[in-house]
Design a protein around this ligand. Structure first.
Ligand code: GAP
Length: 455
């Protein structure tokens, strides 16, 4: 199946709902098309993804500090950042059906409305600011206008000196944070790819001005290595360097990391050289000096910033798409999510082969031991063993433990591997240790023998 096949997206959306990864927001009211909710498995997958990012970007490094800034900020922040003036897309409206589109949307290239089919029906483009506005306090006037942040980065810039001084860091160093961002996109779509409420994982690395290009290359390498370590197939990843006309107003140079989604190559993370644009603007608008004093050279300067900016939801879509496989097993189609075990919402499922002869008791004990060790486990004793395996394959659970007749004799159980389908026998008492050991190992995805519907 071709990677451009939109059927793949339909299958993913359907699996995401069926297995409790992602639901449409406010579904019982007909849904809000551009916002999504994460269900029991989705929330675990998202938490694991966030945890992986935080581990690599904060816990494993001496030179990056964490931050959790508020969503609502002083409105001057967005004037300084350039968002009030320039964070806009060109919008046109169909005079016939009144639907609105981005003027640069390839779908309306032929001057025909993609909804009602009218020709030559579009209004002149006008710039539409993507920031959501609301009011702080009980008075709704211009003086009380605040914005829902369209990027988390500005919370880092305005805290640059607070973090530098309190954490006693020296340049070069970085500040990382994750959190919600909001954009009133004119044309959201493609499931969780482009939404109006989403999550970002951003890191701003403050460097000496003449070293910026080196650091940009360094962070390109680090971020690509991170995504490859999640088991994403390298042939589905590439860099895209921004041409001058693509560069954001703050960027001197920028690269996207793109993934080959079923709807084409698209960005899910950006690595940007933002120069001293943001700090110099905040210095100007706030009237506060934001320079760094270098104790070695005794020089004062405004640092340059190298930014790594990932969308958590978009990266999660990369993970789901790349993990989705369909393959023939014993004459039946098996749908399997080959998630990196560190990301998998459930690590183990435990089944008694039948609900009698002492098997449930052993299975319950294994399940309880896994839970006590904080290893997410699922107990399932309903349906045929084949159906139970299939349910866990769709959930991306790496290992299924089955308690059978032999278990009651010699205390061993089978462990079935999601990717290879191989089964081994292990002592029931050793399951927690066995799983912990597997989780500590690097994940090697199986060779692409059975090509998937995802590509
Ligand atoms: N601070 C820089 C910045 O925000 P961006 O390229 O506009 O840069 C960075 O956004 C990342 O945020 C994107 O690569 C994408 O993963 C995510 N993102 C941006 N807009 C999004 C949207 N409407 N829905 C989901 N994710 C979005």
């Amino acid at each position: 199946m071709e990677s451009t096949d939109s059927a793949v997206m339909d299958k993913l959306v359907s699996l995401a709902k069926r297995r409790g990864f992602i639901f449409q927001s406010s579904e019982i009211y007909g849904g809000t098309g551009s916002v999504w909710d994460y269900g029991p498995l989705g929330v675990e997958l998202k938490r694991n993804l966030r945890g992986r990012w935080w581990k690599a970007m904060v816990h494993q490094r001496d030179d990056i500090e964490g931050l959790d800034a508020a969503i609502l900020m002083h409105p001057r922040v967005w004037e300084a950042s350039g968002h009030v003036e320039g964070f806009s897309d060109p919008l046109v409206e169909c005079r016939n059906c009144h639907r609105r589109f981005r003027a640069d949307d390839p779908e309306i290239g032929g001057d025909q409305c993609p909804v009602c089919g009218s020709r030559d029906c579009f209004t002149e483009p006008r710039m539409f600011n993507l920031m959501f506005r609301t009011f702080m306090g009980p008075v709704e006037d211009a003086a009380s206008t605040v914005y829902l942040r369209p990027e988390t980065a500005q919370g880092i810039y305005v805290n640059f000196l607070n973090v530098l001084n309190s954490a006693r860091q020296k340049i070069p160093f970085g500040i990382a944070q994750m959190g919600k961002a909001f954009r009133n996109e004119i044309t959201p779509g493609n499931f969780i790819f482009r939404t109006r409420e989403f999550e970002q994982a951003e890191m701003q690395f403050f460097v000496e001005p003449r070293t910026d290009e080196e650091w940009l290359e360094y962070w390109k390498g680090q971020r690509m290595a991170w995504i490859v370590e999640l088991g994403i197939r390298a042939e589905n990843l590439r860099f895209h360097e921004h041409a001058p006309e693509e560069l954001a107003h703050y960027a001197k140079k920028a690269y996207d990391i793109q993934y080959c989604f079923p709807f084409g190559w698209q960005e899910f993370e950006g690595i940007h050289n933002r120069t001293d644009f943001d700090l110099s603007r905040h210095q100007e608008y706030s009237g506060k000096r934001l320079e760094y004093f270098d104790p070695v050279t005794q020089r004062r300067y405004l640092p340059y910033i190298i930014e790594t900016s990932a969308g958590i939801d978009r990266t999660l879509l990369v993970v789901l798409t790349d993990a989705y496989h369909e393959e023939e097993v014993e004459g039946e189609t098996r749908v399997v999510l080959r998630l990196h075990p560190a990301l998998a919402p459930l690590k183990v499922a435990v089944f008694p082969l039948v609900r009698k002869d002492g098997m449930p008791e052993i299975a319950v004990e294994i399940h309880a031991a896994l839970r006590a060790a904080a290893i997410p486990s699922f107990y399932d004793d309903s349906g045929s063993i084949g159906r139970r395996y299939r349910r866990q394959d769709e959930a991306g659970t790496p290992w299924c433990v089955t308690v059978d007749g032999q278990s009651t004799q010699d205390g061993t159980v089978t462990i079935r591997d999601r990717d290879t389908l191989r089964q081994i026998r292990v002592s029931a008492n050793a399951i927690v240790e066995w799983v912990s050991d597997q989780l500590a190992r690097p994940y090697v995805p199986p060779p692409p023998s059975a090509r998937s519907a995802s590509g």
